[in-house]
Write a protein that binds this ligand. Structure first.
Ligand code: F6R
Length: 609
């Protein structure tokens, strides 16, 4: 998805904008551009492809010395990826420069109106109408702020804009509706970004702009008003992310680094929340709604992609541990449901970024129905974190690899904690074994990571397959779905995840010696049934790669390849079984020669529906 950066302050803006754009590269994009106020005029540079190509274009430009600028990485929606469609876009007089995330739905009518009024358009984008509209309103001798307000009243859709005006070298304008924008607060300098990861290493103090707010940012001041020109209240939030977390360190890819952060991720999700000896889970983020939560009769989990699969594990956890009926919905489908919501229904949104448009829309629908809403979110202060009534942060640090890995692990931990917290047995000895085992998970993940070379060898063996089936049951059914998603998104191998019981109802038709199955078959309450499924696959000559429990002898005669994991209790198995599948996908993707941190067509934070 597109990325926005902006800077105003004492430093030269160009290197700050470039490093911000590089930090946003992981979101996926196809072209980049900047506009800088330099020597009394605004200079603009764009290029197709990566930010390093833009850097090359800029190398010859020693004149770009200004202290105010905006930058953008574009992920094409309206118009193909080329230089003319790359942002920033400007008006006819080259006075107003705009970068935009989101979609302007009524741009065609506006463009037609403006063209009939003499405006000349250079691109195929929806964005370009914005500088021209402001220019048009300015003709009526309005001040810039009023012209901007009139523009916002006319456009429909979702947007985050950063705007600069060549008649005002002191101000960076920022506006948002349904698309995230965050202001980094500095000393004699301020920053702007669509994603807080672009601010890491620059400032830890941020203000998340709210829908319908307009910020006029100078180097020493941030003035935020609403569409009625009234001042709004904005809170400064402290980002806990540090530079080291946002850099690759000695790892070749963020994805590998983030998988290897697993043990630390579990510890930081548990920190201060688990009183193992007292069998007690304490979740500060839920305290304010603790009384209401006691009346919970039903849980609805809303999420997308990997977060949705974590939610599916959550369904088993909530029903087994908290004894609360739970259902999980794709956030994108939830809006079409017309079910009556009884009193006592609680909606839980799970989102790493906290900005996924579908999940946000689903939570808004839940609120319309007056449900209590909770968030399990990694990004502090993000829109979903703010719009839910209460929530629990993952504290997993920035996840940069587009394929979600460490966030999934931390989501599983938080879901387990919330399940115990909601159970009537929080504080009872009944949860002793579970909580004690939770504390052992980091070491167990570490033993898996220490044997990553085994998975690298398996990846070499399977890297040329065209298809892969992933099977699991009960807690490991969502892991099968997640294993398949990981493999397909970074290696482009067609992979399907199934509940093993469903195999005989269709997928078994595909099994042959060229169609391998990854079977998640730890020793647990469903392993007998899993073994029967594997016999059926073996009888049809299907190769089997099994994730099994250390010491399991039976699997040896069934599977062609086995990766052993340490024993744990069934509700916590996904925390271990998913790790080899993440590593397997990573190695297959890299061995096939792909950039696994930036898979084709994918974006890290999906801020359009
Ligand atoms: C897959 C992946 C996506 C995200 C999904 C939801 O590896 O990363 O499927 O899980 O787009 O994103 P969040 O969790 O940010 O709402």
């Amino acid at each position: 998805m597109c990325g926005i950066v902006g800077y105003i302050g004492k430093e030269k803006s160009l290197p700050i904008l470039i490093s911000g754009l590089k930090a946003l590269e992981y979101r996926g994009y196809d072209s980049a551009g900047i506009a800088i106020f330099s020597n009394d005029k605004i200079e603009i540079k764009k290029s197709v492809g990566q930010v390093k190509i833009l850097e090359k274009v800029l190398k010859d430009d020693i004149d770009l010395v200004g202290h105010l600028g905006i930058g953008h990485t574009r992920w094409a929606t309206h118009g193909i990826p080329n230089e003319k469609n790359a942002h920033p876009h400007n008006d006819c007089a080259k006075r107003i420069f705009v970068v935009h995330n989101g979609i302007i739905e009524n741009y065609k009518e506006i463009k037609e109106y403006l063209q009939n009024h003499g405006h000349n358009f250079l691109s195929d984008t929806d964005t370009e109408v914005v500088p021209h509209l402001i220019e048009d309103f300015l003709k009526d001798k309005k001040d810039f702020h009023t012209a901007l307000l009139d523009t916002l009243k006319m456009i429909k859709g979702a947007y985050a804009f950063a705007i600069i005006d060549s008649k005002n070298s002191d101000t960076l304008y920022a506006v948002k509706l349904s698309s995230p924008l965050v202001i980094g607060v500095g000393k004699h300098e301020n920053f702007l970004a669509s994603d807080p990861s672009a601010l890491v290493g620059k400032t830890k103090n941020v203000i998340y702009l709210k829908d319908g707010e307009i910020a006029e940012i100078t180097k020493d001041n941030i003035n935020i008003t609403n569409l009625e020109k009234q001042k709004t209240h904005s809170e400064i939030v402290r980002l806990e992310w540090d530079l080291e977390q946002a850099q690759k360190g000695n790892y070749p890819h963020f994805m590998l680094k983030e998988i290897f952060e697993g043990p630390e991720i579990v510890l930081s999700a548990l920190r201060g929340r688990l009183k193992g000896k007292e069998n007690f889970v304490k979740l500060g983020g839920l305290e304010q709604v603790a009384e209401k939560l006691k009346e919970t009769k039903r849980l609805i989990i809303l999420a997308c992609g990997t977060s949705y699969y974590a939610g599916l594990v959550g369904e088993y956890l909530f029903e087994e541990i908290a004894k609360i009926p739970t259902e999980v919905h794709f956030a994108s489908e939830f809006r079409y449901r017309e079910e009556p919501f009884e009193k006592g229904t609680v909606a839980i949104a799970i989102s790493q970024s906290g900005e996924t448009a579908d999940t946000l829309a689903a939570i808004r629908k839940a609120k319309e129905h007056e449900l209590l809403t909770l968030g399990i979110v990694n990004t502090v202060g993000s829109t979903i974190a703010r719009e839910t009534d209460a929530g629990v942060y993952n504290h997993a640090g920035p996840e940069v690899g587009v394929a979600s890995t460490k966030a999934f692990i931390s989501q599983l931990i938080i879901l387990t904690l919330v399940a115990v917290y909601l159970s009537k047995s929080n504080g009872h000895s009944k949860n002793h074994a579970l909580l004690q085992e939770l504390e052992k998970i980091p070491k167990k993940i570490k033993t898996i990571l220490d044997r990553s070379s085994e998975l690298e060898k398996l990846a070499e063996k399977y890297k040329n397959c065209d298809n892969f089936l992933f099977l699991g049951r009960r807690y490991n059914y969502p892991v099968a779905l997640e294993g398949a998603l990981k493999l397909k998104e970074i290696s482009y191998i067609h992979a399907e995840g199934y509940g093993a019981g469903e195999m005989k109802h269709g997928p078994i038709a595909m099994i042959s010696e060229n169609f391998p199955t990854a079977a998640i078959v730890p020793q647990n309450s469903v392993s007998e049934k899993m073994f029967s499924n594997l016999e059926e696959i073996k009888a049809r000559k299907g190769p089997i790669f099994a994730i099994a429990t250390e010491g399991d002898k039976r699997i040896v005669s069934l599977a062609n390849d086995i990766f052993f994991i340490p024993k744990t209790i069934e509700p916590l198995e996904p925390l271990l079984t998913v790790v080899p599948l993440q590593l397997f996908a990573y190695y297959v993707g890299t061995k096939r020669g792909f950039d696994v941190d930036k898979p084709r067509n994918l974006a890290k934070s999906v801020t359009v529906e």
